[in-house]
Design a protein around this ligand. Sequence first.
Ligand SMILES: Cc1cc2nc3c(=O)[nH]c(=O)nc-3n(C[C@H](O)[C@H](O)[C@H](O)COP(=O)(O)O)c2cc1C
Length: 309
Amino acid sequence: MTDDRNLGVTIRGMTMPNPVGVASGAFGYGEEYEALVDLDALGAIYTKAVTPEPRPGNPAPRLADTPAGMLNSIGLANPGLDAFVADKLPFLRGRRCSVVVNVAGKTEDDYLRVVERLDGEAGVDGYEINVSCPNVAHGGLAFGTDPAQVERLTRRLADARSKAPGRPIIVKLSPNVTDITAVAKAAEAGGADALSCVNTLVGMVIDVKARRTVLAMGTGGLSGPAIRPVGVACVYKASRAVSIPVIGLGGIASADDALQYLLAGAVAVQVGTALFSRPEAPLEVLDGVRAFMEREGVGSVADIRKLLR
Ligand SMILES: Cc1cc2nc3c(=O)[nH]c(=O)nc-3n(C[C@H](O)[C@H](O)[C@H](O)COP(=O)(O)O)c2cc1C
């Protein structure tokens, strides 16, 4: 039997009980899924983005179907920092799984405000810095595709959280770049403790009859199985370019999908879009990873990458 201690993944001061988390934006702030998923069986909950002020998000329609995936332009809709702390965080406190808050903003100062405020709050285990959302006019992708800006923002955040030194800064990268290793190295140089790869790919769907884009915003972020090969390649490249851990996501719906990411070099994974149709997916993924480790006699999740021929 694979001892459950072998499934644990430590990033800086945060130890996730197992490597399977639920991705930002696909799980709200946890409460919405409580009746459907045993939250204590998860490795980590990555929350919906939190920005300093409340954001209504983009106009509807904000979702479109695509072959093997979906397109969204939610636009970081969220209740804002104060409401997150007052109304959402209490539910997440004291969980067995790690709680990683996804942080977003229009300016560098916005990101700083969120991390500085949350550093004073119990119940947060780490920060995932969303510099890769394709659905906002300011911040988001504009930060995430410029290595110099990623390095500067990461450094400011890494310095700011020195009050709560255990909490990792995890920079979430975009696949919408020519060379993901440049941005990965920039985040590491700025002091990131880990990377998440990947956010959504920019896409567009046009309704031919109406001769109009299906999404009110025109473009949106493509997620689901369609982007899995892109995500796996990004993890493969990024994990060889840096020495900090990489968390893999993009189109994971089964244990084999997750194992592709772990063999490519990830130390942990997240399940996103698959949750909308199959909330049980993360726990099935975990069972399959555990069974693989037993079968192959692997002592730790981080050792799975050594099996890639
Ligand atoms: C509806 C929706 C909302 C999302 N919101 C966020 C968000 O707030 N912050 C973030 O970093 N990523 C967000 N994402 C991106 C996901 O966390 C993930 O990176 C992406 O969807 C790829 O994984 P998947 O194919 O498993 O969904 C969102 C994705 C979807 C589909």
